[in-house]
Design a protein around this ligand. Sequence first.
Ligand SMILES: Nc1nc2c(ncn2[C@@H]2O[C@H](COP(=O)(O)OP(=O)(O)OP(=O)(O)O)[C@@H](O)[C@H]2O)c(=O)[nH]1
Length: 346
Amino acid sequence: MSLSQFRTVFKYEKTINWFPGHMAKGVKQMRDQMRSVDLIVETRDARIPLSSINPQFEQIIGNKDRLVVYNKVDLAPPYVQETMDRELQKRGQQAIFTDAMSDNKSVKQILAAAVERARVDPMKFSQYSIMVVGMPNVGKSSLINALRHIGINKGKAASTGAKPGVTRAVSNRIKVLQNPNVYLVDTPGVMMPYIHDPETAIKVALTGGMKDNIADEIVLADYLLFRLNRLADTNYCGVLGLHQPTDDINELMAALGRRIGALRKGGELDTDKTLRYFLRTYRDGMFGRLCLDELDEASIDEFYASASSGHPQSRNQEKKAKRAAQRQRALEKKNQKSGHGQQRAK
Ligand SMILES: Nc1nc2c(ncn2[C@@H]2O[C@H](COP(=O)(O)OP(=O)(O)OP(=O)(O)O)[C@@H](O)[C@H]2O)c(=O)[nH]1
């Protein structure tokens, strides 16, 4: 079968939601501290320039001065920068594109923007405060560490990690520059309380924005395969050692499992190991620089139109989301308690 005969739509109806207690608490802390902050750096993931926009931040940020930072540009194709720069300008927003891990020059632009603003107001010169917000795992803490290193040549101040949800509370102020004195506040990654579009949730999970056990990994892998084929990007065949592109995730798993030797006793395929390998290969950027969102003008306009209408959430969905969040919090509390209990019993 050739690429032109492959699926053109991805059928999946279930939405995936992840809004644990620390996020609800984080939102409250952000709101409480908003008044003492001069600038919001809203961080997004350049691989999913639209899906990493959390409309909840609109309510939190309000009219505060905002800088949009698209991080992880090293993993996204260059057209993301051109397109989103133009689209944000149209909407009166300033965007900066960064690679927090290996491009200090890109990160420095955030300091330059802060200095420019602090200079305008002498009152702010001695103390200019920035709050860094964004969805989980977009690289907020990595950016803060990079800024601190560039600004005052000091080491890590914020914990980072490949898994989402490393930062669990709003941090104390972290100094990143002297004269003007610029301080940053790190915040926990915040997900939308309810993601109404299943595809958006899959993209966020695929790029590492949700805990792995929240989403069904086979669905993530199947979606990734679908996207790679839709992009007509068959680079994955070479990377994974496949003879030809396929539209069938089970076929891909079987071939890949054999190739990497992910087999259980008796020669049965170790699906979990193979899935993890496939997802990790993508997340490490081995398939090339890919954008999972459609960035044609019509899709972008549609996204903003739907976002500005408040992503209509039915009363039922709203109630469902609240109940899911409550259940998640209760489960976390229970796990914490049983964890303490086990520690005491040791
Ligand atoms: N390739 C690439 N990886 C990055 C970049 N920035 C951060 N990372 C990686 O992305 C992962 C998440 O980074 P963090 O800085 O912990 O993300 P965070 O937004 O603070 O995460 P939460 O604690 O979930 O809010 C880590 O494995 C980082 O090494 C980047 O610009 N490029």
